[in-house]
Design a binder for this molecule. Structure first.
Ligand SMILES: Cc1cc2nc3c(=O)[nH]c(=O)nc-3n(C[C@H](O)[C@H](O)[C@H](O)COP(=O)(O)OP(=O)(O)OC[C@H]3O[C@@H](n4cnc5c(N)ncnc54)[C@H](O)[C@@H]3O)c2cc1C
Length: 430
């Protein structure tokens, strides 16, 4: 079986590229070494950025986030919680930043509202009553795995094959083109070959390794961040510190818990991350300046992941741009890579990667993902070829106390089904 495109990596960039290309009518396979969302995308902070965080330091990324924030809320309403967000000034330095921050919001065309601090504390009773200024912005919360699986299922419905446990371990090259990917099938433990006309390197923090298989260099700065999860939801909105992006400046209310983050440390190996007690104490201390109750909240766990940032000489992980770069390599000429980006801009990355692939293949169809509602609003009726057992489990949530909570279970089950079907369609035993 020869594909038009093989996409390496099932994070936010990979799944949206698969969907975009499938909607353009191309024959697509998505190869993920673990599970969809098993990399950074399933271990992010949960913030669908309004763009406000970057208006001063990273204006292009701010504008992209602002636009994508609206698009994702429109195409995936079932995985977005429209909480809104507050930026709060805790110190005089924060207050001094306010003017520059507001100018940035205006330039990026992001809606904002100055909130009287007493009203803010009434709205958010856990907020530090000493806050000196509060600005409201359209931050939202996004449920990461639910979005990723919804997009992967949508890609499958449009004709893409989605294969998990499929690690690309080599690339066969003939002249100046890749002819096939060498794939370790984790389910069977053997080696397979996947032929395609174009290959997309969407391997996130592992993108350098994949590029290395083609004998080329992709310059990423793998930057680890730690997140701490607290037992209760302490705010209705996302609470951000009003200062330039720094460590420990965002508290996200994620379902019924609160998540405080994050840090930025450059690492050598994205598979070898350690979280220290100091990280947890630091984040709790920073967070409790905005929401004092955090200091008394039980920590239920911490997790970490790695940003695949664009490497720029002399720039640290905190200062590096959150923008992204699509690279069409000269040799091998049928490889396209992406570096950087945010979860919030994953759809846009998919569009840009798909544009490059389409150019290479001479396909003139334009991207449609901006208007394509993702699978999941109605999981039991949108998919045609589900087996009876899957349908009955998915349907069993309807009309019960757990109908909304059943979404992630249903999506996971359907993902399992489509991966199984994809494996048999490609001719791999299951
Ligand atoms: C601590 C932290 C918090 C963040 N919080 C936010 C936030 O709140 N909001 C926001 O918008 N952004 C956030 N981000 C940024 C965002 O999460 C990342 O930019 C984005 O998830 C990266 O997606 P990706 O698809 O490039 O990488 P990944 O999600 O890592 O996907 C790459 C995939 O490729 C697979 N892969 C690797 N090698 C191979 C191979 N050889 N064969 C097959 N598959 C392979 C991996 O298993 C992985 O699943 C955060 C990042 C970090 C680190």
């Amino acid at each position: 079986m020869e594909f038009d495109v093989a996409i390496i990596g099932g994070g936010v960039n990979g799944v949206f590229t698969a969907l975009d290309l499938a909607l353009r009518g191309l024959k697509v396979v998505l190869l993920e070494k673990g599970v969809i969302g098993g990399g950074t995308s399933g271990k992010m902070h949960g913030l669908l950025h309004s763009g406000a965080r970057y208006v001063v330091t990273d204006p292009k990324a701010a504008v992209e986030c602002a636009e994508e924030n609206k698009i994702i809320a429109r195409i995936a309403p079932h995985v977005v919680d429209d909480t809104g967000g507050y930026f709060v000034a805790v110190t005089k330095d924060d207050l001094d930043f306010q003017e520059e921050f507001i100018s940035g919001l205006r330039r990026a065309n992001i809606d904002y509202k100055i909130i009287d601090t007493r009203d803010a504390v009434r709205e958010e009773p856990n907020l530090n009553p000493e806050v000196k200024a509060v600005i409201e912005v359209p931050d939202k919360v996004v449920y990461a795995r639910e979005l990723l699986i919804s997009a992967a299922i949508s890609a499958y419905i449009e004709g893409a094959l989605v294969i998990q446990n499929a690690e690309v371990v080599g690339l066969n090259i003939n002249g100046d083109e890749i002819t096939s990917a060498v794939v370790r099938d984790g389910a069977k433990g053997d080696i397979k070959r996947v032929n395609a006309k174009v290959f997309v390197n969407a391997a996130g923090p592992w993108a350098g390794r994949v590029a290395g298989m083609a004998g080329i260099n992709v310059d990423i700065m793998p930057t680890m961040g730690v997140m701490v999860v607290y037992r209760h939801r302490l705010a209705r909105r996302v609470i951000n510190r009003m200062r330039p992006p720094s460590d420990g400046d965002i508290l996200v209310p994620y379902g019924h818990v609160s998540i405080m983050g994050t840090t930025a440390v450059i690492v050598d190996d994205p598979d070898n991350l350690t979280i220290s007690k100091d990280d947890i104490e630091f984040l709790t201390s920073e967070g409790s300046q905005m929401v004092p109750a955090l200091a008394r909240e039980p920590v239920i766990r911490a997790y970490a992941s790695v940003r695949p940032l664009i490497n720029m000489p002399g720039v640290t992980g905190r200062e590096a741009t959150r923008d992204f770069m699509v690279v069409r390599h000269e040799r091998p000429k049928n490889l396209v890579s992406v570096i950087g980006g945010k979860f919030t801009t994953g759809r846009l990355v998919g569009e840009r990667l798909a544009d490059e692939v389409s150019k290479f293949l001479g396909v003139s169809k334009a991207s449609r993902t901006k208007e394509h509602t993702l699978f999941g609003a109605n999981p039991s009726s949108d998919i045609k070829d589900l087996d009876q057992e899957t349908i009955s489990i998915v349907k069993s949530f309807e009309g019960t106390i757990d109908e909304e909570r059943g979404l992630i279970a249903s999506l996971t089950l359907i993902l399992h089904h489509i991966v199984h079907r994809s494996r048999s369609l490609i001719g791999w035993s299951t």
